[in-house]
Design a protein around this ligand. Structure first.
Ligand code: URA
Length: 228
C-alpha cells in the first residue's frame, strides 16, 4: 500500500485557491471570504484539552451556534492511538452532547469491537462541533470556522492513526474532492500522521452491502496500528 504524503494543513497558502473555490461553489450561501473567516478565529494552538473544550462550548463563529442545544466536542481516550473523525453531530448527539449515540453509534461500536477495540480506547470527534439544520452537509465556511479545534485536538492527541469516516471528513482532512471510493484505496498522511479513509456508519446502515469493504478497511487500520 503506497503512503501518499499530504503534509499541508487545511488553510495553508497552497490550499487557499481551493478553499476560495469551494466557498463560492453553488451549494454555499453567500459566504465570507476565507481570509475574513480565518482572521475571526481564536488562536487555540496552545490550549490544553479543558481550555479547548471550553472555547468550543462558547463558540459563536458561525450561524450554527444559534440552533444548537450543545456543542459536541468529542469523546474517548485522550491518549488514544486511534482517532476517528466524522462529519457533524446529528440531532441525538446535539441533545446528548456526545458523538455517535443511537443506532449509528451502535454500528460504530460493533465495527470497533470487530478489531478488538472498545469506544473508550479510541477518540471520536467530528469536523464540525455543532449540529447542522435538518442534518444537511456542513458548509465549507462552517468547516473552516471549526478547523482549528480539530487541528488542536489532533495535535494534543498525536494519534498513531486517523480514520476518516465518510466523504465530508475525508475531503476536509485531505483537502481533496476525490471520490471516497478512490480515497479509501490508499493510505494518506495528515501532518505526518497516517490516515485511512472508509465509509461512514450511517451510510453502511443504508447500504449494508458495503460492510465487507468497510471490514477490509478496518483490518488495514488494525494492521497499521499494530505496526507502529
Ligand atoms: N454522524 C456523525 O458524523 N457524527 C456523529 O457524531 C453522529 C453521526
Amino acid at each position: 500500500m503506497g503512503i501518499q504524503t499530504w503534509q499541508s494543513r487545511f488553510v495553508s497558502e497552497v490550499d487557499a485557491g481551493l478553499v476560495e473555490e469551494l466557498l463560492t461553489a453553488e451549494s454555499e450561501p453567500a459566504a465570507e471570504s476565507s481570509a475574513s473567516i480565518i482572521s475571526s478565529r481564536a488562536d487555540v494552538s496552545s490550549m490544553d484539552w479543558a481550555q479547548l473544550q471550553q472555547t468550543v462550548a462558547s463558540c459563536q463563529l458561525c450561524e450554527l451556534h444559534s440552533s444548537r442545544n450543545n456543542t459536541v466536542f468529542g469523546t474517548g481516550n485522550q491518549n488514544a492511538d486511534l482517532l476517528i473523525v466524522t462529519e457533524a453531530p446529528g440531532a441525538d448527539e446535539d441533545l446528548a452532547a456526545e458523538p455517535f449515540v443511537g443506532p449509528v453509534g451502535e454500528l460504530l461500536d460493533a465495527m470497533l469491537k470487530a478489531i478488538k477495540l472498545e469506544r473508550q480506547q479510541v477518540y471520536i470527534t467530528n469536523v464540525i462541533k455543532c449540529q447542522t439544520p435538518d442534518n444537511r452537509n456542513p458548509h465549507v465556511s462552517e468547516t473552516l470556522c471549526c478547523d482549528p479545534y480539530l487541528q488542536r485536538q489532533i495535535a494534543l492527541l498525536q494519534p498513531k492513526l486517523i480514520l476518516a469516516l465518510g466523504r465530508i471528513a475525508a475531503h476536509h482532512l485531505l483537502v481533496s474532492q476525490e471520490s471516497l471510493a478512490s480515497l479509501r484505496e490508499r493510505a494518506h498522511k495528515y501532518n505526518g500522521i497516517p490516515l485511512l479513509v472508509s465509509y461512514h456508519p450511517a451510510y453502511l446502515l443504508r447500504k449494508p452491502v458495503n460492510k465487507r469493504k468497510s471490514w477490509q478497511d478496518l483490518l488495514k487500520a488494525k494492521q497499521l496500528l499494530s505496526s507502529r
